[in-house]
Design a protein around this ligand. Structure first.
Ligand SMILES: Cc1ncc(COP(=O)(O)O)c(C=O)c1O
Length: 380
């Protein structure tokens, strides 16, 4: 596993900080600077002709690479601005007038996608406390089941197989948010049998903002007509016809002009993850998170992450006393992590972190916490 450290040089910020915030914003690969310069050169030198050199197709060509990382068949993944919009495209394929107008989702879904489904006109939203609750809540009135592979607050892996089995038995469709898994926890959308899957590039894929992806099950795709649509979804976009004529495959779910610079930047991160392979990233991640839990326990804390590696994503959470202040002081010391209400500090190591960085981070957390406790007791 030692050789994964050879990748450190490709991520300049690792020389400056203890970078443990990969569940939020993965480190930037140095290659991104060159990709963005390439984009600027194409625009500058080719002008409008740059569209003919792949700009228009980027949401699909980049989608092919994401497809390889998530076990999707060719031509099933399209790129969008963010996950919320990608799920809005999915939502816009359905009406909520009939008997089957329930959306069953889990409490731990990311707020942005919760807001989206809550706002779905005519839908009846049922919120389940956990993955088992989702399975119980699905019935013949359920149309959509938007769930999350790895919960953002706790890093817990959800039992998606059981949800897909129950949803399909009841005739409902599963929308999987894999943002916190793709790039660190293996995902095979085809084997899982999910109907839709979404994710972004900001976190474990180290691809930066503006490059979210949407997978649609290929046999289902041809039957859907998203209302959130545009000319990129047209069979003949450059005929500028007055009526929509949906094209086939992943392009059917596109909207308007793509986010070209974001798509140039994103693939630098995907290249590294593809080169290493998600299975290897996962093996290292389990070592890291296991070590972090041990170190935190030795320091007297109680991590809130699952002890079973099979249920644990890439992030370890720990509720230290006064964790917001601890997080601020860690940041001042160059240890980058974050915190969330309810779950406390979130520590998300990636393949390029060292065990010593984890030891250092936990030492700092312990020292800051003890100092805080001493100060509260009136000592200096
Ligand atoms: C699981 C999950 N879904 C969705 C999002 C946000 O998606 P977006 O901002 O791309 O809409 C996040 C961001 O933290 C997340 O962790």
């Amino acid at each position: 596993m030692g050789d994964l450290l050879e990748y450190r040089d490709r991520f300049p910020i690792l020389a400056e900080t203890t970078y443990l915030i990969n569940h939020s914003l993965g480190a930037m690969p140095a290659a991104v600077e060159e990709r963005l310069a390439e984009y600027a050169r194409a625009w500058n030198t080719r002008g409008v002709r740059a569209w003919e050199e792949g700009w228009w197709e980027l949401p699909l060509t980049v989608g092919e690479q994401v497809g390889r990382l998530i076990g999707a068949a060719p031509e099933t993944v399209s790129m969008h601005q963010n996950v919320t919009l990608a799920e809005a495209v999915v939502l816009s394929c359905f009406g909520f007038e009939g008997e089957r107008r329930r959306i069953v989702y889990e409490e731990g879904n990311f707020p942005s996608v919760r807001y989206l489904y809550q706002a779905a006109r005519g839908a009846e939203v049922v919120v389940a406390p956990d993955d088992e609750g989702v399975v119980e809540a699905i019935d013949e009135r359920t149309l959509l089941v938007p769930v999350t592979h790895v919960l953002f607050k706790t890093g817990r892996i959800q039992d998606i197989e059981a949800i897909v089995a129950r949803a399909h038995e009841a005739g409902a469709l599963v929308v999987l948010d894999a943002y916190q898994s793709v790039g660190t926890v293996p995902l095979d959308v085809t084997a899982l049998g999910v109907d839709f899957a979404v994710g972004g590039s900001v976190k474990w894929l180290c691809g930066g903002p503006g490059a979210a992806w949407l997978y649609v099950r290929p046999d289902l795709a041809e039957t859907l007509k998203p209302a959130l649509t545009g000319w990129q979804a047209h069979e003949r976009p450059f005929a500028f016809e007055p009526e929509q004529d949906y094209t086939h495959g992943a392009a059917r779910f596109l909207t308007g002009t793509p986010n070209v610079p974001a798509l140039y930047a994103a693939t630098a991160g995907y290249d590294v993850i593809e080169e290493i392979g998600v299975e290897r990233v996962r093996a290292r991640s389990i070592e890291h998170t296991t070590l972090l839990i041990e170190l935190l326990e030795e320091a007297g804390f109680e991590p809130g992450s699952p002890r079973q590696p099979a249920r644990r994503g890439g992030t370890v959470v720990v509720k230290t006393p006064d964790f917001e202040a601890v997080n601020q002081e860690l940041s001042a010391r160059g240890v980058l992590c974050d915190c969330r209400p309810e779950t406390g500090l979130r520590l998300g190591p990636h393949f390029y972190n060292t065990d010593d960085e984890l030891r250092f981070a936990v030492e700092q957390i312990a020292e800051i916490s003890q100092r805080g406790a001493r100060a509260a007791a009136g000592h200096t």
